[in-house]
Design a protein around this ligand. Structure first.
Ligand code: NDP
Length: 231
């Protein structure tokens, strides 16, 4: 039933991005799997050997010229679901914050989802589904911040929430819906081994949220288990 659907995923070489790639490919979607260095993406290459519906593209999300070039390269394609997954978590637990790291986090976590969403809007507009999902984090929730710290990550994800909220409103006239996702605390390189859930559970949940995304609930901040999160 999903034979003709296409999903574009950033940071597809490990963690949640790799699991998204696996689950969509298994379900018969064509996956445009983007990563910084395909040559080094051995797990993704292996997956693409198993599933011929995975195609790998080079994309450093912080390189906006590369984003534009990929959008141009794929100009004849429709994209049914765009998943802004790539993200970084620079260390900022002390008062010794490196401001260059902070700027990098804003580039990757806050600006690139905007850049990618707008560069690929024409491709998404061709689809019958028309969906954008951006992984931010509960750590970007101001309401949820009772423990402080993580200045860089928290602020970059809070900014991403606001950016996606505005995009949800601005893209609504084109029939494009946007969801802001919290994947849970997940066992990946970023989440660490003590995290509460595995990638399979998180991604299966987020895919359900994406499936139920429509214009009537665009712009919501939702966890992998369907629970709404306060801003
Ligand atoms: P990982 O650290 O395991 O993976 C991060 C992915 O992002 C890698 O594929 C990495 O590629 C990619 N990436 C980083 N920078 C860039 C860049 N400039 N261009 C392209 N790709 C890049 O993280 P997770 O899989 O855990 O996280 C995925 C998303 O979920 C992130 O946005 C994260 O903030 C969010 N999240 C994760 C949580 C968790 O508990 N795991 C909790 C809340 C949110 P490379 O291998 O090249 O570095």
């Amino acid at each position: 039933m999903s034979e003709n659907y296409q999903v574009l995923i950033t940071g597809a070489n490990r963690g949640l991005g790799l699991e998204f790639t696996k689950q969509y490919a298994k379900d018969g979607w064509r996956v445009l799997a983007c990563c910084r260095v395909p040559k080094q993406a051995s797990a993704l290459q292996e997956l693409a050997n198993t599933y011929s519906n995975i195609q790998i593209f080079t994309l450093d999300v912080a390189d906006f010229a590369q984003v534009d070039a990929l959008a141009q390269q794929l100009k004849d394609e429709k994209i049914d679901v765009l998943i802004n997954n790539a993200g970084i978590y620079p260390d900022s637990s002390t008062h010794q914050i490196n401001t260059d790291d902070w700027l990098d986090a804003f580039t990757v976590n806050s600006i690139s989802p905007y850049k990618i969403a707008t560069a690929f809007t024409p491709h998404i507009a061709k689809s019958s589904l028309k969906k954008i999902a951006t992984l931010t984090s509960k750590m970007g929730s101001i309401d949820d911040n009772t423990s402080g710290g993580s200045y860089i990550y928290r602020s970059s994800k809070a900014a991403a929430n606001m950016v996606m909220k505005s995009l949800a409103t601005d893209l609504q006239p084109q029939g494009i819906s946007v969801v802001i996702l919290h994947p849970g605390w997940v066992q990946t390189d970023m989440g660490g081994s003590n995290a509460l859930i595995d990638t399979k559970t998180s991604v299966a949940g987020m895919r359900r949220v994406i499936e139920y995304l429509k214009l009537s609930n665009t712009g919501c901040f939702i966890a992998y288990d369907g629970q709404s999160i306060n801003w």
